[in-house]
Design a protein around this ligand. Structure first.
Ligand code: Q0Z
Length: 282
């Protein structure tokens, strides 16, 4: 097993397989707030997000093939919080679908009236529901830099118009499925970020993690109120607590008290249980 990449809260390893090399995507229990990783882990967060993503791969298997090889054939030290997956030739864009206005999409809309070249009506505010979900890809920028919006034409110029159309259709269909299932259980999926690659046979394949609170904005539907920043389904307690301490949002972050850890863990468990309709173990 060779370590090949570290993100803020996840790692990638290479592992030998019968037919070459597989990747191991390992999710930690670390959580980041205001882009800073907290010193206190959230127990089971890595497993909850990994198992939610694995559940979605199964649910979406009729829409698109995925990179998953096994969620159980992983080293014992990573049990439950890692997936073995096929290494793909990755598409060099983040495929983002948005149904609501937030984050970088909100900033771009306020500055230009459009997001990634998709024109939107005037008068929308932070948290507004969009007239329909839109495909707003971004270029991938390596460590440090921020992803930049890409228009559909830019994606098409790089990967071909046929592939760009497939990416848009798949991204919007996956968002629709996720948003519908979450909404039926009190969770708004404001947006979601997907990664695709090509398998050796050339087929477009869904990769990375899918419809988790780390790759998407989950909002409690009961608290949705356009015109102000929305409450994050998963991190709201820890954000509110961090603000209440007077922390300046620069590293290092303070240790998180046990009640805030427990409330945050309960949110990840609730998201998993509401979306999958199954009970989390332990
Ligand atoms: C996914 C990422 C993570 C940091 C590369 N099946 C695949 N084949 C080739 N590359 C990837 C995948 Cl999933 C790939 N990422 C995103 C995942 C930690 C970054 F666990 N980067």
């Amino acid at each position: 097993m060779r370590h090949v990449y570290s993100g803020k809260v996840r790692e990638i390893y290479e592992v030998d397989a019968d037919d070459g090399t597989d990747l191991l995507l390992v999710a930690s229990d670390r959580v980041s707030v205001y882009d800073v990783v907290l010193p206190t882990p959230i127990p089971d967060k890595g497993a909850l997000l990994t198992q939610l993503s694995v559940w979605w791969f199964g649910e979406l298997a009729d829409v698109v093939p995925n990179h998953l090889v096994s969620a159980t054939d992983v080293p014992a030290e990573f049990a439950g919080r890692a997936v073995r997956c096929r290494r793909l030739d990755m598409i060099p864009f983040e495929c983002i679908a948005r149904g609501y206005l937030a984050g970088s999409g909100l900033r771009e809309y306020l500055a230009t009236g459009a997001i990634s070249g998709v024109q939107l009506p005037p008068g929308l505010v932070e948290g507004s529901r969009l007239p329909q979900p839109i495909f707003t890809p971004t270029t991938k920028v390596s460590a440090g830099g921020h992803d930049a919006p890409a228009t559909f034409a830019q994606v098409a110029a790089e990967v071909g118009v046929e592939t760009a159309e497939s990416l848009r259709a798949l991204t919007l269909e996956i968002y629709r499925r996720g948003a519908q299932r979450a909404a039926a259980n009190g969770i708004i999926v404001a947006d979601t970020k997907l990664e695709f690659g090509r398998a050796p046979d050339g087929g477009l394949t869904l990769a990375d993690e899918v419809l988790t609170p780390d790759s998407s904005r989950f909002w409690p539907a009961a608290e949705w109120a356009p015109g102000r920043p929305q409450h994050a389904y998963d991190k709201q307690f820890v954000r509110d607590w961090a603000t209440s301490t007077g922390w300046d949002k620069k590293p290092p972050a303070p240790e998180v008290p046990a009640d805030v850890v427990a409330a945050t863990r309960a949110r990840y468990v609730a998201a998993y249980e509401k979306i999958t309709g199954t009970v989390w173990r332990t």
